[in-house]
Write a protein that binds this ligand. Structure first.
Ligand SMILES: C[S@@+](CC[C@H](N)C(=O)[O-])C[C@H]1O[C@@H](n2cnc3c(N)ncnc32)[C@H](O)[C@@H]1O
Length: 256
């Protein structure tokens, strides 16, 4: 799978409605997701010029503008996403543009991307190009799924050993290790943290696996799946929330 193949996929997701695609564990339309809250709380957005890469239906760009950013541009290659963003949050700030992110020009104080880097063919090259769009003291703040936890190891074993389709759109399965390497290669400072620990190795993981495993095993091995989930439920130690790398979602902040 390549990034260009995902354009059609995302147009379909947004046409059907995001609620049908994302599990309710991630998306609860009534409130802002923890992922967006983490991004919003990462810095002061006052007077910043911001680019939201892969802005989807525009909520994050809107929230950043409400936090006092001077200008926010949201860019996404899904025409449907931008139509919805324009309809939902029409204003001069944020503005939205249907464009491939490799075509974006300009300079920004902060470049933000929520759940996008895992869909990019060559993430390091992409981060290098993104760095070129930053002003002198600029930052890149991004979030992505994190796989260095019990849920990640279980699902990746099924993918690698049994060819199970564990995600519909992810090209990469990141852990903090590659980001630490990229920070050095980009010559940028890096800080990071993970969150959603219950999803990485706790109650939400059990709930998620109960739904996913029967689908991944195509209805076979029902008894074995039940036994496995029972074993996990009884034997997965409730890891400390402060285990730095074990949350299901990670936030990376590169700064110049
Ligand atoms: C998982 S969604 C995240 C959407 C949004 N950031 C959010 O958090 O709600 C990934 C988004 O990246 C967009 N995207 C992926 N590759 C892109 C590219 N090359 N150019 C522009 N947008 C892209 C997709 O269309 C999709 O809307």
């Amino acid at each position: 799978m390549q990034n260009k193949d995902l354009k059609k996929f995302y147009n379909r997701v947004y046409s059907r409605g995001e609620g049908k695609h994302y599990t309710k564990l991630v998306l609860d339309k009534k409130k802002i997701t923890d992922e967006k809250k983490e991004i919003l709380n990462e810095i002061s957005w006052e007077e910043k010029t911001v680019l939201d890469v892969g802005c989807g239906t525009g909520e994050l760009a809107y929230l950043v503008a409400r936090k006092g950013a001077r200008s926010v541009l949201g860019v996404d290659y899904s025409k449907k996403a931008i139509e919805i963003a324009d309809k939902s949050y029409k204003s001069l700030n944020p503005s939205y543009r249907c464009e491939d992110i490799s075509d974006v020009r300009g300079k920004f104080d902060v470049i933000v991307m929520a759940g996008v880097l895992e869909h990019i063919d060559n993430p390091l090259l992409f981060l290098k190009k993104t760095k070129n769009l930053l002003n002198k003291k600029g930052s890149i703040i991004l979030t992505c799924p994190n796989w260095s936890n019990a849920r990640g190891y279980i699902l990746l074993a099924l993918k690698e050993l049994h060819g199970a389709k564990i995600t519909l759109a992810d090209i990469h399965h990141f852990t903090p290790l590659e980001f630490e390497d990229w920070g050095k290669k980009l010559n940028m400072k890096l800080s990071w943290r993970t969150f959603e620990h219950g999803w990485g190795h706790g109650d939400k993981m059990i709930e998620d696996l109960k739904k996913r495993l029967p689908k991944l095993m195509k209805g076979k091995k029902e008894k074995e799946i039940n036994n496995f989930i029972k074993w996990l439920n009884e034997h997965t130690p409730k890891l400390e929330e402060d285990r730095k790398a074990s949350g299901a979602v990670a936030l990376y902040h590169f700064s110049k």
